[in-house]
Structures are given as C-alpha cells and as structure tokens.
Design a protein around this ligand. Structure first.
Ligand SMILES: NC(=O)c1ccc[n+]([C@@H]2O[C@H](COP(=O)([O-])OP(=O)(O)OC[C@H]3O[C@@H](n4cnc5c(N)ncnc54)[C@H](OP(=O)(O)O)[C@@H]3O)[C@@H](O)[C@H]2O)c1
Length: 344
C-alpha cells in the first residue's frame, strides 16, 4: 500500500484525483491539502465524496508531508521550490501544471516563467506512458502532460513510421474543450451567460500548449515540426475533441489498421475501426482514462484527418497522473482506472 498527498485538492483535478484514489486498491492514506478550506470537510466542497471520503482538508505544510507520492494539482507557486527536498526525502513527485513539461530551459522560461532549476529540469520525465513508459517507471519526478497535448500527441505519434511522407511544417489542429479546462476559479471569460450559447475560440495565434506539442513530437520524430493550433471553449463542462489535419503524400496502407496495431497493447488508447468514417464520441470517454482516436484519409485533398477525444480532467489530467503513479510505484498500470463511459 502507498500513501499519497494531493496539493490543490480543492480544485477540479484535485477532486478527480480523490475520486479515483478512494477506489484504488493499492492506496492507503490520502492527505487532501487546501489552503483555503483547511479544517473543513472535503465533502463540503466535493459533494460527490459525501460518505465516501470523510476527511477534512489539511493546510499546506510541505515540511511535514509524509507520503510515498505527492501530486501537485495546482498552478505554479512557491511549492515548486520544495520539489528537490521532497525528492531527497524519498517522496515521488507528480506535477499536473505546465512548468517543466518542455525539457528546454529557455523555451520553458519563455512559456511558463518562474523558477529555474536546470538539474530538476534534466531529471523530469514527461508523463505520457504511451511515449515514455520505461522512463516513467524509473523516475522520481514526472510532469504530467497538458490536456490538449494528450489528445494531439497520441493522435499523431503513430504516424512516425511515415514521417517522410508528411508535411510536418503544416500540421493543423483545432480543438474544442469544456469549461472545466480552466479550473474552478470563476472568470468573466467563462461566466455562464458568456459561454452557454456560443463557441469561444481563444489564444488562436499562441496557446502555451502549442510549444509542448511541438517539443514532444519533435523529440520523438527527431525533426522540427510546426503545429497551428486553435482551441475553442464550448458549452460543456468537460471533454476535449481535437481535429487534426496533416497533409501527406499518398500512403497506401490502411491507416486505421496501422494505428490499431500500433496501440494494440495500450490499455487506454482505443482506435476506431468503422467501415466508412472513424469518428470518436466524447460521451464514450467522459469520466474515463481513455483516449479514443479515429483516423481517416482524404485522398482527394491529400490529407490525413484524425479526431481524438479525451476527458480533460482524466486522461488529460488526474487519470493520467494516477497511471503515472502506478508505473512509478510498480503497480498494475490500470489500477484504479477501470472507469467506463456512459451511453447515451
Ligand atoms: N482543468 C484541466 O482540465 C487541467 C488539465 C490538465 C492540467 N491542468 C493544470 O493543473 C493545475 C490544476 O488545475 P485545476 O483545473 O484543478 O485548477 P483549479 O481548479 O483552479 O485548482 C487548483 C487548486 O490549487 C490550489 N492552489 C492554487 N495556487 C496554489 C499555490 N500557490 N500553492 C498551493 N496550492 C495552490 C488551490 O487550492 P487552495 O487555494 O484551496 O489551496 C486550487 O483549488 C493547473 O496548473 C492547470 O493548468 C488543468
């Protein structure tokens, strides 16, 4: 059994971490940290946990933490300076925010600013098991991927075999996301009357997940690539659907068969295989750790069109973090993650 601490347990990802970990067969003590709600019952905020997890939030005091793993489900803050000390004390660290996802000090500084620690940056492993499983298994410090990048990177990665046929300088990605992607703090941009009957594109020339996609795919494809990325918020609470276009010279093989083979051993990537068009359904992944992918080839336009669906709070956040924790602790990778979506 392992003990865990969740910093940011009052937030959306923190809440989902709690929901997953309370049913995890290998997890003992869970310490929920919240600075604002310390001393108050967790279920007074996360009402879904009433009579399931009857503990109070505890205040942030990292020097006193005694756990096997600590999740930082919080935006960048002073806690980041404590990571080295936590690691020295034998505590494994998983961060869910953006800092250090990009293993290039200059680019990381440009995108996320804040603290610098080259040694720690060198040590961190990008927490996407489908690309870095072996490294995650032996790591003490994992940075969980961004929610949009999970949907996009998993959808493009199998094309590595055909990289010479692809126009990697003109990858086009449009994604729609639910409003929970921005966290639990209220904002004018996401105020209900402003979002309920509309689609809101935002950060259309630069979103901070763009360099992350380019960096990680570039590292794997061993070449520079360019992603044009337009995210939009739509009137739903959770879920991301990414629409990816890659221009390509003719590829003769059956791409959905190739994707299926590529991911056949992956427990959380499901590749669709319909007769006509492969279109994933958001409802099938909401509340689950799955990424559902549909790949299509439009011969007339010479483009590969991939659709990829994830729950931003699970495979795009807390489920991914638990999958990483399972690997880091030598547990079954699927432990606690047997979540299935609903229908309709
Ligand atoms: N929402 C998503 O879909 C998603 C997906 C992937 C990654 N992320 C990233 O994951 C992180 C958490 O996201 P979220 O959506 O759960 O955010 P959230 O709902 O706003 O919750 C974050 C929590 O972190 C705590 N916090 C804030 N600043 C802190 C600090 N300096 N030190 C310690 N705790 C602090 C707050 O709790 P108290 O004030 O109560 O302590 C807050 O409730 C963010 O960096 C976000 O970018 C989000």
């Amino acid at each position: 059994m392992a003990d865990t601490t969740i910093v940011g347990a009052s937030g959306y990802l923190g809440g989902e971490l709690l929901r997953i970990l309370v049913n995890h067969p290998r997890i003992g003590r869970i310490i929920p940290i919240s600075r604002r709600y310390a001393g108050k019952p967790v279920s007074s905020l996360h009402r879904n946990l009433y009579k399931i997890f009857d503990k109070n939030f505890e205040d942030l005091n990292l020097e006193k933490i005694d756990s096997d793993v600590i999740f930082f489900a919080a935006p960048l803050g002073d806690w980041f300076k404590s990571i080295s000390k936590l690691l020295e004390r034998g505590i494994k660290v998983i961060t869910l925010g953006g800092k250090f996802r990009i293993q290039d000090a200059e680019l990381d500084r440009e995108v996320y600013g804040g603290y610098e620690n080259e040694e720690l940056l060198k040590e961190r492993v990008y927490g996407l098991p489908e690309l870095y499983r072996d490294e995650i298994r032996t790591s003490r410090f994992v940075t969980n991927p961004g929610c949009y990048p999970v949907s996009v990177i998993l959808a493009i990665f199998p094309l590595i075999k055909f990289k010479d046929k692809l126009d990697l300088k003109r990858i086009v990605v449009n994604s729609i996301s639910g409003t929970s992607g921005a966290g639990a703090s209220p904002s004018e941009f996401l105020h209900h009357p402003e979002t309920c009957d509309t689609v809101k594109p935002y950060n259309i020339t630069f979103h901070r997940h763009m360099p992350e996609m380019e960096f990680i795919l570039g590292e794997k494809f061993r070449t520079e690539l360019t992603v044009s990325f337009i995210p939009s918020v739509v009137n739903m609470s959770r879920g991301i659907m990414s629409y990816i276009t890659i221009f390509a010279k003719e590829i003769e093989i059956d791409l959905s068969k190739h994707f299926n083979n590529f991911y056949k051993k992956e427990p959380f990537v499901r590749v669709l295989r319909e007769e006509k068009e492969n279109i994933p359904t958001l409802g099938s992944v909401i509340g689950t750790n799955f990424c559902d992918i549909g790949i299509n080839y439009d011969t007339k336009a010479g483009r590969i069109l991939i659709l990829s669906a994830v729950d931003n709070l699970i495979k795009g956040g807390s489920g991914q973090a638990v999958q990483n924790m399972n690997l880091m602790l030598g547990f079954d990778e699927k432990s606690g993650l047997g979540l299935v979506g609903g229908h309709p």
